[in-house]
Ligand binder design. Structure first.
Ligand code: PLP
Length: 372
């Protein structure tokens, strides 16, 4: 017996979104970001689908990188946080990975392992986000230390990287762009390097906000969210941006009942109807990754009709109002988000972001691949 809750993964939509990346950034080398199990979509399936239409991948751990290489991926794989300990460089070289270098300690570990120097690294600059990276005055020193190291007798290929704190606000991104421009203009050696600046928001900004608000993206772009069909820009829906949702989280009604006026529904009597109300019980709860804090009123689609969540989300179930869809009985299809209900919209009502909703979908929810 299978629970009816399934995350359908539309690989045709994934391809469509990757083609959008190509259209928006025709000259860029695309690193498809597949960290966090491809934002909950299944890393191996997504990587297999994208391998013929990407210039590389980006992820976090050696284990993930090893499984991509195991799949036969030969393109560059960027480790977004670089290595965590000295021994990791051995695997980095064996698997031919590209680590980010964001901290002096990571250079020191390389200097201690002269036999395990990767051929390519991304040198990360903190241009204003104040999370990872070298501050502008530290960058030249880091660069020089990297350049004296030799990988198979050749000097390392260094790509200059930064990350925007507010890619969706071109005014704020402009400050970071100015810092990068200043750094490069003051250092011809850095100016000669390839660059990697953009995530999805930065790639989208130019087309969404107009040509006066183009955010510099660099030679290598790192797109995650838009590949999965959610909007990286506040104020724009995914369909405004011609992105198609990849994940469709679908379930069914497993019970239908009447909640009498004045009596509570669910834990804590989280909802008390003011008139007799027909409610449906959906097989999907917070242990499936649905946000427990989604309030009464969060949209849910039942039988193709938009209705609302009622009361508190339980571990394995949630309740919905069947007033707008009186015909819906046990077994009626339910969409929690996807084709008929943008994940961005559910995220907003539940006070979160699509990244968190998608990555939270639990392991116990089976993924099923579909095409179109
Ligand atoms: C996760 C991540 C990205 C992808 O960001 P999206 O907004 O999902 O496109 C890009 N760069 C870095 C450094 C990241 O950690």
């Amino acid at each position: 017996m299978f629970r009816p809750l399934v995350a359908h993964i539309d690989l045709e939509a994934l391809h469509h979104n990757q083609r959008r990346v190509r259209m928006l950034a025709p000259w860029a080398k695309r690193l498809a970001v597949v960290k966090a199990n491809a934002y909950g979509h299944g890393m191996l399936d997504c990587a297999r689908a994208l391998d013929s239409d990407t210039e590389g991948f980006a992820l976090l751990s050696l284990e993930e990188a090893r499984s991509l290489r195991g799949l036969g991926v030969t393109k560059p794989i960027l480790l977004l946080e670089g290595v965590f300990k000295s021994e990791d460089y051995q695997a980095v070289c064996a698997l031919n990975l590209t680590p980010v270098i964001h901290h002096a300690e990571q250079i020191r570990m390389l200097e201690l392992n002269p036999l395990d120097v990767p051929e390519q690294v991304f040198l990360k600059v903190d241009s204003g986000m104040h999370r990872l990276g070298f501050t502008p005055p530290q960058v030249m020193d880091a660069f020089k230390r990297l350049k004296v190291l030799k990988a198979m007798g050749r000097s390392i290929d260094v790509i200059l990287m930064t990350h925007y704190a507010c890619a969706d606000e071109p005014g704020l991104a402009a400050k970071q762009m100015a810092i990068m421009a200043e750094l490069k203009s003051g250092n011809p050696e850095l100016n000669a390097l390839e660059t990697s600046y953009a995530n999805s928001g930065a790639v989208m900004a130019g087309s969404a906000f107009g040509k006066d608000h183009v955010v510099e993206i660099g030679d290598w772009i790192r797109t995650g969210l838009m590949l999965y069909g959610a909007s990286p820009l506040a104020g724009f829906t995914a369909s405004d941006l011609n992105l198609k949702p990849v994940m469709h989280l679908q379930s069914q009604l497993i019970a239908v009942r009447n909640a009498p006026a004045g009596e509570g529904v669910g834990y804590g009597m989280g909802f008390v109807p003011d008139r007799d109300t027909r409610i449906g019980v959906v097989a999907c709860g917070y242990a499936d990754g649905y946000p427990r804090h989604a309030p009464t009123g969060t949209p849910v689609v039942v039988n193709g009709t938009r209705t609302r969540l009622l009361g508190r989300v339980s571990m394995d179930m949630l309740c919905v109002d069947l007033s707008p869809c009186p015909e819906a009985g046990v077994g009626a299809p339910v969409e929690l988000f996807g084709r008929h209900l943008p994940v961005d919209e559910v995220a907003t009502v539940a006070s979160t972001i699509p990244y968190e909703l998608m990555t939270a979908i639990a392991h116990r929810v089976p993924r099923s691949l579909v095409y179109g």
